[in-house]
Ligand binder design. Structure first.
Ligand SMILES: CC(C)(COP(=O)(O)OP(=O)(O)OC[C@H]1O[C@@H](n2cnc3c(N)ncnc32)[C@H](O)[C@@H]1OP(=O)(O)O)[C@@H](O)C(=O)NCCC(=O)NCCS
Length: 161
């Protein structure tokens, strides 16, 4: 199983260009008009921000590519929860349980600080809705055109404790 072969660790500064490159290859990032340069800067900032974490999954072998990433806040959302800003896998690592493994790590890191985890998903990202709903997330509302004029964001949350 591919998820058992991956190790999950905090993103290190020297891994930022590879993480930005993995993300910019995703259609989701293009849609949200991300650029590799901006992602690079934002990931570096995330490494210095208290309460923000970025974890990456890589196959457990020397020089392996980044398979997936989760970027999250452990507290502060509505003054009661963590917030999952981004969970994404490179295409060839999807559908094998690695997303769930990353999310398990996120939840265990948030749980010690906050009782809830919140996230947003584009309203047309049905694969993501199924994924989160399978893992106990409840749709709790909708922000119209929050980030982009032509996309609405669905609010999901899970009670962790
Ligand atoms: C959403 C995501 C994190 C889920 O992680 P995952 O490890 O793939 O999750 P699962 O193993 O449960 O598989 C999810 C679905 O992808 C399907 N799948 C299988 N192979 C796939 C592939 N090569 N590419 C895309 N989806 C695939 C699975 O069959 C499953 O479909 P289902 O929901 O109809 O049952 C991951 O698919 C991803 O990175 N998506 C792109 C970024 C994204 O949309 N992130 C969420 C933003 S809110």
């Amino acid at each position: 199983m591919i998820q058992n072969m991956c190790v999950i660790k905090d993103l290190q500064e020297h891994e930022v260009p590879a993480a930005a490159a993995m993300l910019i290859a995703l259609p989701l990032m293009n849609r949200y008009r991300a650029t590799k340069e901006r992602l690079d800067v934002q990931l570096r900032q995330a490494l210095c921000q208290p309460g923000i974490a970025v974890i990456v999954a890589r196959p457990d072998e020397p020089g392996a590519e980044i398979a997936g990433l989760a970027w999250f806040a452990t507290e502060g959302t509505f003054l009661m929860g963590g917030y999952l800003k981004l969970l994404a896998l490179a295409d060839q690592y999807r559908g094998k349980g690695l997303g769930r493994k990353l999310l398990d790590v996120v939840e265990s890191r948030v749980r010690v600080r906050s009782p809830y985890l919140f996230l947003l998903a584009s309203d047309d990202n049905e694969a993501a809705h199924r994924f989160y709903e399978r893992l106990g997330y409840v749709q709790a509302g909708r922000f119209e055109h929050l980030v982009l004029d032509d996309v609405n964001e669905l609010v999901y949350f899970k009670k962790l404790v």
